[in-house]
Design a protein around this ligand. Structure first.
Ligand code: GLY
Length: 351
C-alpha cells in the first residue's frame, strides 16, 4: 500500500492509496479512531456502487454505522443540504467523539467536510474520494465549503481530515467525461511541479495503460499537493500554484453558468490560455501552449473555449488571488515549474 503523511503541525494525517482499499476502510479507520459511531455521507450516484462495501467493512470492525445520502450534483453543496446533514447527524446522536466519513466526489467531500467542521464546533472526518478529481485534489488539503447563490465556495473552512483513503478501482465506474475532468487536474500537477509526471502522461498509450499507471500517478499528485499544503495551509502564498489555469477556468465556468463545461474542461482551456499569455510576455518557452494543447487533446479535453474580454475582466475582479488593481497569475517558467506573477489587471486584459 502506498502512503503519504501530510505534516501540518497538530493536524497530521495519512493518505493511503491502493486498489481495493474500500474493502479495508474499517481496519484503516480503526487505526485512527477509537469511538463508536460513524456516519457515512454519500450521494445518490455513489450509494448504489460503494456504500454497501464501506458500511460492511466498518461494521466488521465493530462500528455503529449510518449512511446518509444526498442527491448527486452541485446543488447539494448548499445550505439546504447542509441543514439536511445537520438534522440527520443529530438524529443519529452524533457527538464530537464520533466520526463522519465523506464517500464520494468533490461535492460530497466539500459539503461533508464543512458539516464536520461546523457541527458541534467540529467532528473528526475521513475522506474516501471516489472521483479522480477528488482523489488528486479536493480530498487533500482541508478546503471544505458550500456555495452561496452569489458564488461557489463562499462559505467554508480549512478543516483537515483525519485520514484519506484512496481506492483507484473506484475510477473504473466513472464515465469517460468525469475521468477526463480529473485528468485536467492531473495534467496541472505535471505542469506546475513535475515534468517527469507530465511526460508520463504524454506517453500513456491507452485507457488500459492509464489504469495500470493510475495508482502511481495519483500518488505523485497527492505528494505534490501535500508539499504545497504543508508550506501554505491557508492559501496565502505558495498554495496559489494549485490554481494554475483556474483564473481563466473560473471565468469560463461562470460565463457558461457552470453547466456547459466541467471544472476540468474549463481549467484545461485556462491552462492553454495561461501558457499562451506566458509565451507572449516572454516568460514561458515558445511551444509550451502547443504541448499543453496536445496533452489535453489526448485526454479528450477541450483546448479552446470562447470567452470575451469582459467576462475575463469580471472574473478577475472577484478572483480570490486579486488584490485591488493587481492580480496574481500562475504561469509556467517551463513545464514542471510554476511561477506566481503579479500584474495590473489592465495588463492582463490586453492578452
Ligand atoms: N484546489 C486548490 C487547493 O486546494 O488549494
Amino acid at each position: 500500500m502506498k502512503s503519504l503523511r501530510v505534516n501540518i503541525p497538530s493536524r497530521e494525517y495519512n493518505i493511503y492509496i491502493e486498489n481495493g482499499l474500500l474493502n479495508r476502510c474499517g481496519e484503516l479507520i480503526s487505526e485512527i479512531f477509537g469511538g463508536e459511531k460513524i456516519a457515512v455521507v454519500t450521494d445518490s450516484n455513489v450509494f448504489p456502487l460503494y456504500a454497501n462495501t464501506v458500511e460492511e467493512s466498518l461494521e466488521k470492525s465493530g462500528f455503529n454505522v449510518t449512511v446518509i445520502t444526498v442527491p448527486a450534483g452541485e446543488k447539494s453543496k448548499s445550505h439546504k443540504y447542509l441543514g439536511f446533514l445537520y438534522d440527520e447527524l443529530l438524529k443519529f446522536g452524533i457527538t464530537r467523539t464520533d466520526l463522519i466519513v465523506a464517500l464520494g466526489g468533490g461535492v460530497v467531500g466539500d459539503l461533508t467536510g464543512y458539516a464536520a467542521a461546523s457541527l458541534l464546533r467540529g467532528i473528526p472526518f475521513v475522506q474516501i474520494p471516489t472521483t479522480l478529481l477528488a482523489q488528486v485534489d479536493s480530498s487533500v488539503g482541508g478546503k471544505v465549503a458550500v456555495n452561496l447563490p452569489q458564488g461557489k465556495n463562499l462559505v467554508g473552512a480549512f478543516y483537515q481530515p483525519k485520514l484519506v483513503i484512496i481506492d483507484p478501482l473506484c475510477l473504473k465506474t466513472l464515465s469517460p467525461r468525469v475521468l477526463s475532468d480529473g485528468m485536467a487536474e492531473v495534467i496541472k500537477y505535471g505542469a506546475i511541479a513535475d515534468e517527469k509526471l507530465f511526460e508520463t502522461l504524454e506517453n500513456v498509450r491507452d485507457t488500459d495503460d492509464l489504469f495500470e499507471k493510475l495508482g502511481g500517478i495519483i500518488y505523485e499528485c497527492c505528494d505534490i499537493k501535500r508539499r504545497v499544503v504543508e508550506e501554505d495551509e491557508h492559501d496565502t502564498g505558495g498554495r496559489m500554484v494549485l490554481n494554475f489555469g483556474h483564473t481563466f477556468g473560473h471565468a469560463i465556468e461562470k460565463k457558461y453558468n457552470y453547466e456547459t463545461y466541467t471544472h476540468g474542461e474549463a481549467v484545461g482551456a485556462g491552462m492553454v490560455m495561461a501558457c499562451g499569455f506566458g509565451e507572449k510576455i516572454g516568460l514561458t518557452p515558445q511551444g509550451t501552449a502547443l504541448r499543453m494543447t496536445d496533452i489535453l487533446k489526448k485526454y479528450d479535453l477541450p483546448t479552446e473555449i470562447e470567452i470575451g474580454k469582459d467576462e475575463l475582466t469580471q472574473a478577475m475582479a472577484v478572483d480570490k488571488k486579486g488584490d485591488g488593481s493587481m492580480i496574481s497569475l500562475i504561469l509556467l517558467g517551463k513545464i514542471g515549474r510554476a511561477v506566481i506573477k503579479k500584474f495590473a489587471k489592465d495588463e492582463v486584459r490586453g492578452i
